[in-house]
Design a protein around this ligand. Sequence first.
Ligand code: DX5
Ligand code: ZN
Length: 222
Amino acid sequence: MKPLIAPSVLAADFANLQRDIEMLNRSEADWIHFDVMDGQFVPNISMGLPVCEAVRKHTKKVLDVHLMIVQPERYVEAFRKAGADVISVHVEACPHLHRVVEQIKSLGGRAGVAVNPHTPVSLLEDIIADVDLVNVMSVNPGFGGQKFIENTYGKVARLKNLIVQKRSSALIEIDGGVNSTNAGSLIAAGADVLVAGNFVFSSADPEKTIARLKNQLVIREV
Ligand code: DX5
Ligand code: ZN
């Protein structure tokens, strides 16, 4: 099975966003990953609702919104209205996670839960059957261009087991430091969706890089 590829807008050129979204539209990207940071849950601020709306106007691809914010329940509806198809909230930011997941689904969105590198898969036991996606953070959230954390492989395998055991239909998404060196092993471990920011946008030919990630050719630097 080919993975779904979700290039991360965080690594795009914000002064040429329309150009970059059009490039993604032409590419084999399946989803567009949109990182929202609040300077509180994570030590960085990125972009919010108006930019999400603007991106939505220029693409029909699945808009995959990753909320790295405290109290995400306050913004879920607004992001859904701004065009988000998938909305992921952090387990670590939600004392009432089940309620937020239900909120996303009641708005017609696909509900994702994101887990920081230190958060064990076992914490998902009683929510996995209710979610459409698990975003496994393979770096500490807050910045693009960080080094992939190797523990992720084992974590993905443990998560895959849990999904099978609980008969969940959740997809496994990997977020952070994904490149052509680790993509194959991640898919082998059970990953369904690969987010890639810098690896795509820093390459000489982003469209080709996306195609190669999608089709799993062994590449080095393009
Ligand atoms: C990190 C974000 C990621 C980021 C990935 O906090 O959640 O989605 O954009 O960027 P790369 O692929 O450059 O690590
Ligand atoms: Zn992300």
